[in-house]
Ligand binder design. Structure first.
Ligand code: CU
Length: 133
């Protein structure tokens, strides 16, 4: 009887752990979206710069940039071992392996107004979008 109860408790713990993991994953994009509003890229000289924090997603997820000016994405990682360390921009044929800790600058060529560039993680589940206005 005691063993049964213990077993039940283990199953319950496992089930709740799985549920938490699943609900966390599905809720993350919405949570992140609410936490960080779109950020406007900072114009420095003839380029615009945005710092992106990488870990279990990209922050900010929405970036507003000026059209016809290249964008430098400063991808900052600190102890990142999840799939966000592989960052790719399919439309530009760009794919970068970010170091687990460090800073990687990715240059995005100037885009026309109304255009957008989407970056995704290695598995395509986390993303960020740069909208050119
Ligand atoms: Cu991923």
């Amino acid at each position: 009887m005691k063993i049964k109860i213990a077993l039940f408790a283990v199953v319950l713990v496992l089930a709740s752990a799985v549920w938490m993991a699943v609900s966390r994953n599905s809720a993350a994009p919405f949570g992140e979206k609410n936490a960080a509003r779109s950020v406007v890229a900072t114009l420095v000289g003839d380029k615009q710069i945005v710092e992106v924090n990488v870990k279990e997603g990209y922050q900010p997820r929405e970036i507003i940039a000026k059209a016809d000016v290249p964008v430098l994405l400063k991808m900052k990682t600190q102890g990142v071992f999840d799939c966000t360390s592989v960052f790719s921009i399919p439309s530009l044929g760009e794919r970068a392996q970010l170091p687990s800790t460090g800073e990687t600058v990715i240059e995005i060529p100037a885009q026309k107004a109304g255009g957008s560039v989407r970056g995704v993680c290695g598995m395509g589940m986390y993303s960020l979008v740069i909208t050119f206005t």
